[in-house]
Design a protein around this ligand. Structure first.
Ligand code: ADP
Ligand code: ZN
Ligand code: MG
Length: 482
């Protein structure tokens, strides 16, 4: 099945994530982001002759943790290799990486899209080191080696992604998994998550793979999606004209919204890989692997399914909550559990609507707002009982955050409870009807909008506390008997 008539897109993603260890992969330098350029360097990460690397144990543990969460087989015997190339951001003129014996391979990641699950193969997960950072100015370039040597995980998918939307979902799920494991910030803006996309197209139903291009330089998931969309169209257009697709590396231009050729693609043989002689091959014991496996929490895909099954959430709502963060998902579940109604929708709407927007304004998640779960539930219940309007609930929420008082107390102290008593409201309605014959006439002659004016007048008389829904019902009833 294809969304491009007669053609099919084939995508494989290579994702790099910086592991958030305190020190670099092979030396003791700090990995802290945003420090003065070249202030976090030493002879090892600057590649001075004779300086010897020592593997950061935690980096290896984090790598194993991610590999396990991606259902990969951990290779008992693994080693590092030198990937040789000359570039000003690479002090040693080689990168310590893993070539033929990566620490893990043959895993998968499940994505869930529009009611359907899809399994995407993970070819390998390996550990390597980051390069420095080049800063290009008008007519010169600067280099910052603070980043050189930070542990990086490379996660390579099989070419089993078939649309930009699937790629987006793959990235969102992967990012969320890594965040749940608490081993990386996965912040694309800070460069702690980077994605290269490999794309080819083929005639729908064809067996083999077409010639691929590799697109780099996307700095958000949205850009990845756009770049893939552009590249697929470009390649299909070439094929339609019977032209050849050149295997090359292309860059995404986020302003022009197009890809352009950077260089022809190098092959692995160009890198002259050979075993890193300064780091002995090593064995990861079964016990170690099992003890790391024990630390893996429930992962996003499982949580999304469970929230849909147990609490009746829609796919969209479940994803918003689960992908937000592990803490937010735990918090939301606590709220859902406390609401003793099987209809969780009003609560979920409140969580992902007003609460998430308050959280965004404060640069935190809903769990970071500091509101006990039972108070959120009580606020939503006030709305459901029609004690207060939804609008009032939103302003009470702000006050709960600012004053740490309970919603019930704020509602009581400020006397915010709506008047829903129909006798009291009928009295006000009758006054308003008497005082506004023109609007009544308008309404009776078919201008249905006029009723909103009358409702407004009742609201005024009640100092904003009348329940507008009930008021409207009463007015309708009164005027239909008129
Ligand atoms: P390279 O050696 O060029 O880096 P790899 O075989 O290592 O290529 O694959 C790199 C990535 O490209 C993987 O994610 C893989 O799934 C993807 N890939 C490989 N071939 C194709 C293709 N023909 N079309 C789309 N993606 C591909
Ligand atoms: Zn160093
Ligand atoms: Mg490759």
């Amino acid at each position: 099945m294809s969304i491009y008539s007669g053609y099919e897109a084939v995508i494989g993603l290579e994702v790099h994530i910086q592991l958030k260890t305190k020190t670099k992969a092979f030396c003791g330098c700090s990995t802290e982001f945003g420090r003065e350029p070249n202030s976090q360097v030493c002879p090892v990460c600057l590649g001075f002759p004779g300086a010897l690397p020592v593997l950061n144990r935690l980096a290896l543990e984090y790598a194993v943790k991610v590999a396990l969460a991606l259902n990969c087989k951990i290779q008992e015997f693994t080693k590092f290799d030198r990937k040789n190339y000359f570039y000003p951001d690479l002090p040693k003129n080689y990168q310590i990486s893993q070539f033929d014996l990566p620490l893990s391979k043959d895993g998968f990641l499940d994505i869930y899209l529009q009611g359907k699950a899809k399994r995407i193969g993970i070819r390998r997960v390996h550990l390597e080191e980051d390069a420095g950072k080049l800063i290009h100015k008008e007519d010169f370039s600067l280099v910052d080696f603070n980043r050189a040597g930070i542990p990086l995980l490379e996660i390579v998918s099989e070419p089993q992604i078939n649309s930009p939307q699937e790629a987006y979902e793959y990235l969102s799920t992967l990012k969320s998994i890594v965040q749940y494991l608490d081993v990386s910030d996965c912040d694309m803006e800070k460069g702690s998550l980077r994605c290269d996309a490999n794309i080819s197209v083929r005639e729908a139903g064809a067996e083999g793979l077409g010639t691929k291009t590799e697109v780099k330089n996307m700095n958000s998931f949205k850009s990845v999606k756009e770049a893939l969309g552009f590249e697929i169209e470009r390649q299909i257009e070439l094929l339609k004209q019977d032209k050849k697709i050149i295997q090359e590396t292309r860059l995404w231009d986020a302003e022009k919204l197009e890809t352009f050729s950077m260089r022809t693609k190098e092959e692995s043989k160009d890198y002259r890989y050979f075993p890193e002689p300064d780091l002995p091959p090593f064995i990861i014991s079964k016990d170690k692997i099992e003890s790391i496996r024990m630390t893996i929490p429930e992962l996003p895909y499982q949580k999304i399914q469970r929230f849909m099954n147990e609490y009746g959430l829609s796919e969209y709502d479940a994803k918003v909550i689960v992908f937000s963060s592990k803490d937010d998902a735990i918090y939301a579940e606590e709220c859902m559990k406390r609401l003793d109604s099987s209809d969780k929708k009003p609560l979920v709407n409140f969580l992902i609507g007003p609460m998430m927007s308050e959280a965004n304004n404060r640069n935190c998640g809903i769990s970071g707002l500091g509101i006990p779960a039972e108070e959120v539930v009580s606020l939503v219940q006030h709305v459901q009982r029609q004690d207060i309007s939804y609008l009032t609930a939103k302003s009470v929420l702000k006050e709960v955050i600012d004053t740490s008082q309970s919603p019930t107390k704020i509602i009581k102290d400020k006397n915010l409870i709506q008047i829903s008593d129909s006798n009291a409201l009928t009295k006000l309605v009758d006054e308003v009807i008497k005082e506004n014959p023109k609007s009544v006439q308008d309404y009776l002659s078919g201008k249905s909008n006029a009723i909103m004016f009358l409702v407004g007048q009742v609201m005024k008389k009640s100092n904003g506390k009348a329940n507008p829904k009930i008021v409207q019902e009463i007015i309708k009833g009164r005027l239909s008997n008129a």
